[in-house]
Design a protein around this ligand. Structure first.
Ligand code: APR
Length: 237
């Protein structure tokens, strides 16, 4: 009889895309070193500095169009051959999808989408990189980036909690675990036995994690393929 596939949930942050050439937020070369969050990533900024906010995300979008998935993204997607895999990402790029991951939940929105400022359910794919300042949704409201700004609620959080709670194994890649509620997802594992593998060259805030924790101190493009090979050996023997 065929054994039921293990459920592997992969929770990623900016670090998983760092090896694709996309800057993280809080490293020394990070985005929040060069920009102030309150200027470009809050609902107040969208009202006060609309042009600056739209320009900021146009730049991010233009940059992301030139980026390709790295070996970390590809290794995550490859696990679908032998495990039941879901990805929860804080990233707004689409590199997991480009790598072939079929189930990706975006906690903080998606760069390649815009939505109505009035109706959050009116969401549109954007063609190319440029959001025109005066572009409107079909309800007549101005469009805005489909991004969860600081100070806004995280509509996909409950869905993400359920996904994490379904994990037999949780893999966390490239997140400082500094931004809530996203960082608290690691506490939604089903029980204390679920192993948590962390791939990050830095030191994310894991002080409160009580589950078995294995920190692979490598960058994503190196550490994730290593971990995936190890898990494949263990789970497909
Ligand atoms: N491979 C893997 N991890 C890396 C790499 C790499 N090559 N380079 C850096 N990292 C790690 C850092 O050590 C750090 O732990 O990636 C993490 C990046 O942390 P942050 O910049 O804080 O990014 P993230 O945790 O995704 O930020 C969360 O903050 O501003 C918001 O909405 C934004 O989703 C984002 C949220």
């Amino acid at each position: 009889m065929e054994q039921k596939k293990k459920k592997i949930v992969v929770f990623t942050g900016a670090g998983v895309s760092a090896d694709s050439g996309i800057a993280t937020f809080r490293d020394s070369d990070g985005l929040w070193v060069n920009y102030r969050i309150e200027d470009v990533c809050t609902p107040e900024a969208l009202v006060r500095n609309r042009a600056q906010v739209v320009e900021f995300y146009n730049l991010r979008r233009r940059e992301s169009l030139t980026k390709k998935p790295n070996d970390g993204h590809l290794a995550i997607a490859s696990m679908e051959e032998w495990a039941d895999v879901e990805v929860v990402t804080q990233n707004v790029d689409n590199l997991h999808e480009q790598a072939g991951s079929s189930r990706v939940t975006h906690l903080h929105g998606e760069l390649m989408k815009l939505r109505s400022e009035r109706n959050p359910d009116l969401i549109y794919d954007i063609n190319g990189w440029e959001q025109k300042l005066d572009a409107r949704a079909e309800d007549g409201a101005l469009l805005r980036p489909h991004i969860v700004f600081f100070g806004e609620s995280v509509p996909m959080f409950d869905t993400a909690c359920k996904i994490v709670a379904s994990a037999d194994i949780l893999i966390v890649v490239g997140t400082s675990l500094a931004v809530y509620p996203a960082a608290s997802l690691v506490y939604y594992v089903r029980d204390r036995q679920v192993p948590i593998y962390l791939v990050d060259p830095g030191n994310p805030d894991t002080a409160m994690i009580r589950n078995p924790l294995y920190h692979i101190k490598e960058r994503g493009a190196v550490g994730v393929p290593q971990l995936v090979a190890q898990l494949r050996d263990e789970l497909t023997k």
